[in-house]
Design a protein around this ligand. Structure first.
Ligand code: F0G
Length: 502
């Protein structure tokens, strides 16, 4: 008997419950040592705004964002050295063009000889949004852009151009009991209603994959196809906000009927076959620390409906970012991004990545901590309303802020409030506060950065806070309550006295 035959007598490696990571550590960074008292003092000095807390002082996990926080692979670090810093048409530009065609489809990056450009590189996601909505705002008045869930900067860039941003969250997202796997879907009935009533005011329909504002939840292929057919029947183009496209495709493979045997990269192509363009921040599923892009389908509905827009974008990009062949990025950053895009659709990588997030969510559930289930692809979202149920804390107590501040000061883990404060608003003139439909604290997991032990420690810390939630006081906003994008700027103070008292 040879060794191959002998091996076959034993359970296969796939049957092991504990699968090894599909990578090993190549280089690590040692953390500094800080005490809870030192962190508390520092956090207080920055008005409890976790964005201003020095990252160097984070002794636990930094789960503020999964954006630009990827640990790069050795191939990416090596690729940096092959970056070409030429002012025009650097080597990486051509490699990126090939990679975009390969990952998303030929039509999204025309050959340079074809004349009018349809691919625009930017330094991150939001300048793509700025460019797109600036040029789109000129196509009509009283415009509306619906989405399954606009990200906060997307919404801000839409509104900055006097366009109304509408979120059509799926009904399942609001149902805490539902175990539906595609809670990121766009609400089809809501979309039909909106287009029936005001279709002439909708220049484009946006679908965010995965739906970051909607709990990081994926969108099904069926939903993408249906939304796209509906919008197209009104002559309205469809765009992806594609930051986490590969994670979304992985969910489709796992949970959508008929997709289990497809390759992730084929699912990606199928997803993108339904849209007329997309914006993307490569700081997520580009596995890069910087980069973004805006891509229009050659011959698609968007460029047919707005034939002047590619030129308008061309001008805008040159004015704001630089020549389209580098678009606000260093040549070396483009190289790292090309390699990142090659890695991100690998199934072993994605399975490990998303299972890590799922296990983290599952551990929270096992400890009784109320989180959105099933967990999304890049983050676990804690339901602040359920967490503080029965404590007497109300909407204007911004308990999500209290929770993130305590978690950071006491345990050294950083998360971020994405709820009543970040997504709400306050009108100084009327004294009226608005609140979003969802009230979360988000634990975003950087890619390839933490191990299970790190995340288990977060669960333990959050559980400790949950057990003692009656002792968590409200916060007062000492600065910035009325400001736009206020969570990035505001300052807070713990309210003294009884928890929840005014
Ligand atoms: N769209 C989505 C869905 C996003 O999640 C983000 C960023 C952007 C657009 C903007 O991209 O940061 O490169 O300008 N999300 C990060 C986060 C910041 O923490 O969720 P960017």
């Amino acid at each position: 008997m040879n060794l191959c035959q002998l091996v076959e007598r034993f359970p296969s490696e796939e049957t092991l419950c504990n699968q090894p990571r599909p990578y090993f550590n190549h280089s690590v960074e040692m953390k500094s040592v800080f005490t809870a008292a030192e962190r508390a003092e520092m956090l207080e000095s920055v008005g409890l705004n976790v964005f201003y807390f020095p990252a160097e002082m984070i002794t636990g996990c930094d789960l503020l964002s999964d954006s630009g926080t990827t640990a790069m692979t050795n191939e990416q670090w090596a690729a940096l050295h092959t970056g070409d810093e030429a002012y025009g048409s650097n080597r990486g530009y051509f490699m990126l063009a090939d990679q975009i065609r390969e990952t998303f489809g030929e039509e999204f990056f025309s050959r340079p000889v074809s004349g009018r450009p349809n691919a625009f590189i930017f330094h991150q996601g939001r300048p793509c949004e700025d460019a797109l909505f600036t040029v789109l705002s000129r196509v009509g008045s009283n415009l509306i852009i619906p989405s399954n869930g606009h990200f906060d900067t997307t919404q801000a860039n839409i509104e900055a151009n006097n366009i109304r941003a509408v979120n059509l969250f799926s009904p399942e997202l609001k149902d805490g009991e539902s175990d539906f796997h595609f809670k990121g879907n766009i609400d089809i009935a809501g979309l039909k209603r909106l287009l029936e009533e005001s279709g002439d005011r909708v220049p484009v329909v946006f679908i965010t994959i995965t739906n970051n504002t909607g709990g990081g939840q994926p969108v099904s292929l069926a939903n993408i196809a249906e939304a796209s057919d509906i919008a197209h029947s009104y002559g309205i183009p469809v765009f992806f906000d594609a930051c986490r496209f590969a994670e979304n495709a992985w969910f489709i493979k796992q949970y959508e009927k008929g997709c289990g045997n497809k390759y992730v990269w084929d699912i990606v192509k199928e997803m993108f076959s339904h849209v007329d363009g997309f914006t993307i921040s490569f700081k997520k599923d580009g596995l890069s620390n910087m980069g973004g892009g805006l891509f229009l389908r050659e011959g698609g509905l968007f460029v047919r409906r707005y034939p002047h827009i590619p030129d308008a974008l061309f001008n805008y990009q040159i004015m704001k970012e630089g020549h389209p062949t580098y678009g606000g990025l260093a040549g070396r950053e483009i190289m790292a991004l090309v390699v990142g895009l090659r890695i991100v659709t690998r199934e072993k990588y994605l399975t490990h990545r998303i299972n890590q997030v799922q296990m983290f969510g599952q551990s929270m559930v096992e400890r009784g901590i109320p989180v959105l289930t099933p967990a999304g692809g890049h983050a676990v979202y804690l339901d602040v309303n359920r967490f503080f149920e029965g404590t007497g804390l109300g909407r204007e107590d911004y308990a999500g802020i209290s929770l993130t501040a305590l978690l950071l000061a006491a345990y050294g883990h950083r998360a971020c409030e994405l709820g009543n404060f970040a997504l709400g608003s306050y009108d100084e003139k009327t004294g009226k506060a608005t609140f979003p439909e969802v009230n979360f604290v988000r634990f975003a997991i950087p890619r390839l950065r933490y191990e299970r032990q790190d995340l288990d420690s977060v669960v333990e810390a959050v559980h400790g806070l949950y057990e003692n939630r009656d002792g968590i006081p409200a916060v007062d906003v000492t600065y910035g309550k009325e400001l736009r994008l206020r969570h990035f700027k505001a300052r807070f103070r713990f309210r003294t006295g009884k928890a929840g008292s005014r």
